[in-house]
Design a protein. Structure first.
Length: 146
């Protein structure tokens, strides 16, 4: 596979895993806050924002930190729901059974979002890995041709 001379979207990630995690937590909480400002519960807007956020984080991370972003979606959703349940459990679930009940209800209610984000993150990381390998192969061929 021959790649163009300029770097592609798949090769542009340059943020460290630590920076991506911090950005992910901040933006996930922001998406949740915006959804709660517009409605009284987490809904479709949070789901769309979460999926888009996870894909963007997978594109932003550098190659060496793929593992970090590969395990991030479930941990990010768990953290978001835990922090939200401690302050406004009624935004996640209708019952007033406690923090952990709200977290589990939120994870169950948004499980399709979690599965979709996880699948898309892993797909993006696979494509990025293959493009990086193809770029390395093209560089080896160019060096051997000299």
């Amino acid at each position: 596979m021959s790649l163009p001379a300029a770097r592609t979207l798949w090769e542009e990630g340059h943020e460290s895993g630590r920076e991506v995690v911090a950005l992910g937590v901040a933006l996930a909480l922001t998406v949740a806050a915006v959804d709660l400002l517009l409605t009284d519960r987490l809904g479709f807007l949070f789901d769309l924002g979460f999926v888009a956020l996870c894909v963007a984080l997978a594109l932003a991370v550098r190659t060496e930190d793929f593992f970090t972003v590969g395990v991030l979606p479930p941990l990010l959703m768990l953290t978001t729901f835990l922090l939200l349940a401690m302050s406004r459990a009624e935004a996640i679930t209708r019952t007033d059974e406690g923090t952990w009940s709200a977290v589990l209800a939120g994870l169950g209610r948004h499980s399709l979002t979690l599965v979709l984000s996880y699948a898309l993150v892993l797909a993006v990381l696979v494509v990025r890995r293959r493009v990086a390998q193809a770029r390395a192969f093209d560089l080896e061929l160019a060096a051997a041709a000299r």
